[in-house]
Design a protein around this ligand. Structure first.
Ligand SMILES: NC(=O)c1ccc[n+]([C@@H]2O[C@H](COP(=O)([O-])OP(=O)(O)OC[C@H]3O[C@@H](n4cnc5c(N)ncnc54)[C@H](OP(=O)(O)O)[C@@H]3O)[C@@H](O)[C@H]2O)c1
Length: 329
């Protein structure tokens, strides 16, 4: 029987087990595929501790992002056929989950990915790039010469935001907590790196931008950090609070935001991916950028399925990370 990762208790990765389950036939608009690779996301930890934007009934399969080859389709499927090379998008689990040797996903949340990508790269696209796409392209309409402040820039989400900022001709300023990831960020293409344990974020952004300030602050951390970058805001700054990696309460710099006509928005790709037109626009934009080679997902390490605990440990440690952590089941 095929092996899948299932969560049995909300105790983080300790609650995960490899289970042998029978492969169900896909129903309705469901597509079944043999998984070649699946990607870990920081959000998995939040969900595994029942502290995410949605919850799940246990035991539950986990994970949003997998790539593989279609081996069966439900009777209402219109966009995919057996043999297609596909990868899954972020959605609110809803009893699905793709971490394992096979996955079943409604066709709505499945896309083909460009031939020039490996399976490991193919499962490292939609969560990070679509999240950056709606914020930077559709909502903030970033332009050439804008400055984007990306906190936790070494995260997969941060690196994807840098890529999208560059597609738009903007300058990416990335933060990291310590010097350990600084060289990696420079090598990855971040235009300016700020080490938050040593440098004043607001002063550095104002220096780099020659007083213009950031048009967007793309921040998965939140908490007290927000007050530290308050002085980095440019006119009409959009602050995207999209992660809450710092569990402490987020305090908004209200007066400074009024002066700058700034907006702070709790933000998620889930708010956009359920709308068919938005989803299709995002997938087309990112697909074309990948196909042309202008952007490419960064894969750090791969692990076999039986080493899933090592993979989650490495994902959580963060330091020295160089992109996505992938499991090859
Ligand atoms: N809202 C959405 O739609 C959406 C979509 C995608 C991701 N996200 C969120 O984005 C965040 C990043 O996800 P990811 O999968 O890209 O993460 P990841 O690749 O695991 O990135 C982790 C990096 O973040 C930094 N970091 C970790 N803990 C931190 C903390 N407490 N304070 C400050 N920095 C910290 C570290 O960088 P340094 O050591 O270099 O500082 C670490 O390398 C998560 O909160 C996730 O839920 C949200």
């Amino acid at each position: 029987m095929p092996k899948v990762l299932r969560l049995h208790e909300f105790t983080g990765p300790d609650g995960l087990r490899i289970d042998d389950i029978t492969k169900p036939d896909p129903k309705g608009n469901e597509v079944r595929f043999n998984v070649e690779a699946f990607a870990l996301n920081y959000g998995d930890f939040e969900l595994m501790e029942n502290g995410y934007v949605f919850s799940i009934d246990l035991p539950s399969r986990m994970g949003d992002e997998a790539s593989g080859i279609v081996d069966a389709i439900g009777p209402e499927v219109t966009q995919f056929k057996i043999g297609d090379r596909v990868s899954s998008m972020p959605w609110m689990n809803e009893g699905y989950g793709v971490n394992g040797e096979f996955a079943i996903v409604p066709e709505t949340f499945l896309a083909k990915y460009p031939e020039n990508l490996t399976a490991a790269e193919g499962c490292s696209i939609w969560v990070t790039y679509l999240t950056a796409y709606y914020a930077l392209v559709e909502i903030s309409k970033i332009k050439k010469d804008d400055f984007i402040l990306i906190t936790a820039a070494s995260s997969s989400a941060g690196l994807a935001a840098m890529d999208v900022a560059h597609l738009l001709g903007a300058t990416a300023i990335g933060t990291t907590r310590t010097s350990e990831n600084k060289q990696f960020l420079i090598d990855a293409g971040v235009d300016h790196v700020i080490v938050t344990s040593k440098e004043d974020i607001s002063e550095r952004v104002q220096d780099i931008s020659k007083g213009k300030g950031a048009r967007v602050i793309y921040d998965p951390i939140g908490g007290p950090l927000v007050m530290k970058y308050a002085g980095a805001m440019g006119q009409n700054c959009d602050i995207y609070l999209y992660g809450g990696m710092d569990p402490r309460p987020t305090v908004i710099p209200e007066m400074e935001m009024i002066r700058k006509a700034a907006v702070a928005r709790p933000y998620s790709v889930y708010n956009h991916i359920y709308d068919k037109e938005q989803r299709e626009r995002g997938v087309k934009y990112i697909y074309e950028a990948l196909e042309s080679g202008k952007i490419k997902p960064r894969v750090d390490r791969t692990y076999p399925l039986e080493d899933f605990r090592k993979a989650f440990d490495y994902q959580l440690k963060g330091k020295g990370r160089k992109g996505k952590i992938i499991i090859l089941p």
